[in-house]
Design a protein. Structure first.
Length: 56
């Protein structure tokens, strides 16, 4: 069972949930409602998301 100590999950980061909270919510609603483009909405939170998922 030593291998379980070294496993990784695909598409997981150190704080996936924290990253989701940043880009979802009002940001995603504004994209869906056409208030901002997806590019603009995701670009405005990109630095915050990258900071959350960066290795500490």
């Amino acid at each position: 069972m030593e291998s379980f100590n070294h496993q990784t999950q695909p598409n997981q980061t150190l704080d996936t949930q924290g990253a989701r909270l940043l880009y979802r919510g009002n940001n995603l609603n504004e994209i869906w409602d056409g208030v901002v483009t997806a590019k603009d909405g995701l670009t405005r939170v990109r630095a915050q998301v990258e900071a959350v998922i960066a290795p500490k």
